[in-house]
Structures are given as C-alpha cells and as structure tokens.
Ligand binder design. Sequence first.
Ligand SMILES: NC(=O)c1ccc[n+]([C@@H]2O[C@H](COP(=O)([O-])OP(=O)(O)OC[C@H]3O[C@@H](n4cnc5c(N)ncnc54)[C@H](OP(=O)(O)O)[C@@H]3O)[C@@H](O)[C@H]2O)c1
Length: 294
Amino acid sequence: MTTELRGKVGIVTGGTSGIGRDAAVLFAKAGAKVVVAGRRELEGKETIDLVRAAGGDGLFVKTDVSQAAEVHALVRKTVEKYGRLDVAFNNAGIEGNWIPIAEQSEEDWDRTIDINLKGTWLCLKHEIRQMLKQGGGGAIVNMASVAGLVGSPGAATYCASKHGVMGLTKAAALENARSGIRVNVVCPAVIETPMVERIFGEPQFRKYALGLHPIGRFGTPMEVAEAVVWMCSDRASFMTGQSLVLDGGFLSDGCRETPVSMWVPMRASQSGSCVTMWTSTAGASRRKRLMAVM
Ligand SMILES: NC(=O)c1ccc[n+]([C@@H]2O[C@H](COP(=O)([O-])OP(=O)(O)OC[C@H]3O[C@@H](n4cnc5c(N)ncnc54)[C@H](OP(=O)(O)O)[C@@H]3O)[C@@H](O)[C@H]2O)c1
C-alpha cells in the first residue's frame, strides 16, 4: 500500500479490463475509494474483487460513457456512496474499425467518436460539476494515445477521437485552473491489453507493432496505471493541461520516414475490428512499418 491518494474518492472508466482494471487496483493500493465504470457487469465485479483483494474499497457502476444520463448517474452514485469525488481517470475507449476513410461507415465513425470523444466530454462535464460544487479542487486524467499526437493512415477515426481528447484536456484545464481542478492526459503507445490482442493478435501483426517500439517490447497496463496515479496525486500539483507520453521510444524514432505513397496495404479482418497492415515497397533497407498506431 502507498499513500498518494489516501482519503480520496476516484472514478475509473473502462475499468472492466486492460489499463482501467490495473488503474482501479492501483488507485485502491494508493489509498483511494474507487468507483469502476464499464458496460460489462461480470468483469466490473471481478475488478472490484481485485480492488478488495488489494485491501481497498470499491463499487462497480454499470455505465455506457456515451450516454449522458448514465454518466450523470455514475457521478451521482459515487457521491451517494462515498460523499465526494476527488480524482478521475477517463479511460474508456474502443479501437473502432481500422480501415481507410473511403471505406469507413458513418456508423463506425459515430460509435468511435461517441465513446472515445463524447464519452470523455460527458465524464469531464459531470466530474467537474461535482468538483466545483464540493470545492477543494480535484485531478482528472483523460486517456488519449500516441494516436492523439500523430496521424496514421487506416486509423483516421481513432486518431480523430484521440486528437479531440487532447483538445478537450487543454480547454478543461484552462477553464478550471483557478478552481484547483487539474486536467491532464496520458498518451501510451502499444500496451498489452485485450484491445491490443484484438488488433495485433496475429504473430506477423505483433512483430510489426513490436518493431515500432525502440525499447523492444510493449508497455504493461500497470506502467500506465503508475503514471496515472502520480498525475492524480498531489505530487503532480503543478501539472495541468499537459500530456504524458508513455511510448517506449515510439515517437522519438525519426527513422520511420517512408511516405504514405510508398505503402501497400495488406488487409486482414479480425472479430470486432478490421486491421490494415501496410508494408514498404521502398527497398529492403527500409524498415517495414505497421501504419496504425494505438
Ligand atoms: N492498449 C493500448 O495499446 C492503448 C494505447 C493507447 C491508448 N489506449 C486507450 O486506453 C483505453 C483502454 O484501452 P485498453 O487497451 O485497456 O482496452 P480494453 O482492455 O479493451 O479496455 C477498454 C475499456 O473501455 C471500456 N469501454 C469501452 N466502451 C465503453 C463504453 N461505451 N462505456 C463504458 N466503458 C467502455 C471497456 O469496458 P466495457 O466493454 O465493459 O464497457 C473496457 O473496460 C482506451 O481508451 C484505448 O483507446 C490503449
């Protein structure tokens, strides 16, 4: 147990698996009461079992973050149970279909934007309202991605949603700076989660994606959770409106120079998502690259 969040009450959205689940457990280990949100009840209860096994106290609230009434209810139930809201990790998100814009459906655009961008906006809105009402400030961390910082052919909708989260974060930070509510955003590269298993499950996809990380491996959910707990804690008290990149060197690699026109798509469909792999025709010396970033 640590003490970074001792006495605080926190919400973690998308806490039924992956990064959100580890963040919920780490919130609890850091001393916070944690309210876990997501759509899957069984998995939500499993996360609460893990929170309790870590010595913490938590509550699962079934929530679809794209639905205003459900997000409002999430914050209301948090306050009913624990009396206040101090910290939040707006992490819920989906990958959508990774295919070229010309082939993309309006339904996929709407679904991805509704969950990743509108969902984050709804969470911010209701969390900030509560924090302003109770006074005393607060700390919120949104989930973007390296796809919130750079573009990627084949992942336009996901990139657009995550770039939107970057803008939301800055505006929310500015609006609330004088109220003591800090708002920041975390931008991971590829992290080992069920989402990544859906996208990069096949060995050749995984190999491509690994090659994008100079550190030689993907990140772990707990590595993201550690950063989020710090950003939510008073140790990060002068940080607001900022992004923290956790990418194993992904964005520092200036050698990925091949222009889009040199990429030839190779398509593969997987259940729930469609991944496009692109391989360079520019010669053996150039590194092959998966033109989709998380
Ligand atoms: N893994 C990576 O490499 C990576 C890198 C950068 C950023 N990210 C971002 O990190 C976040 C977590 O992803 P992950 O990798 O941990 O994937 P994951 O294991 O698939 O987790 C996604 C979480 O989001 C929740 N979620 C999805 N739609 C929701 C909705 N409408 N309402 C409420 N919850 C919803 C899911 O819960 P339910 O299904 O129960 O609703 C689940 O708990 C996402 O925003 C993702 O874009 C991931």
